[in-house]
Design a protein around this ligand. Structure first.
Ligand SMILES: [Zn+2]
Length: 172
């Protein structure tokens, strides 16, 4: 290979993507360089836009544009009484593409792992889930975390907080 640091760095970065190794990274880079105007330029602009404008919503955990309200939790035109709790954005996308659910999503950002050191737990959007249930008058929560030990442990920790809130509300 020629000694071009820009290309070497790009190969290293692309190789970190899921399903890609150095060999496929090189093929991708050659394709981009051979299509500078059609692929390389728009792709680099698009990546920079995503970096600047897209981040996880601090309330519901999905992806949102910094320039607009979140279309999952801040859209005033939507009024649902159901919320589906998932671990990751890829879970939300999978359920959305199946069109079996009409409601809000809440993306925890992972699981409470059994040997968690506490940091992971704080990063999960559990408090904001309870806030959303209160503020949006949610009547049904579907805990769609994975069937792994971590996913079920997470369910086990979240469920009492939700039922606790509903019980207190109904007694008022
Ligand atoms: Zn949101």
């Amino acid at each position: 290979m020629q000694n071009l640091p820009e290309i070497d760095n790009l190969i290293k970065l692309i190789s970190k993507l899921p399903g890609l190794g150095p060999k496929s990274a090189k093929r991708i880079i050659l394709k981009m360089i051979n299509n500078r105007q059609e692929i390389l330029k728009p792709l680099s602009n698009n990546l920079s836009d995503v970096f600047k404008n897209i981040e996880r919503c601090r309330i519901c955990g999905t992806l949102k544009s910094n320039n607009n309200p979140c279309n999952n939790c801040e859209d005033k035109n939507k009024k649902y009484s159901k919320i589906c709790v998932v671990e990751n954005i890829s879970d939300q996308w999978a359920i959305e593409s199946s069109s079996i659910f009409q409601g809000y999503y809440h993306i925890l950002g992972g699981t409470i792992s059994d040997n968690s050191n506490g940091n992971n737990r704080e990063n999960l959007l559990i408090n904001s889930l309870i806030e959303r249930i209160k503020n949006d008058n949610i009547e049904e929560v579907i805990l769609a975390t994975s069937a792994t030990v971590e996913g079920q442990t997470t369910n086990f920790k979240i469920s009492p907080r939700i039922t606790g809130w509903w019980r207190n509300r109904d007694f008022r």
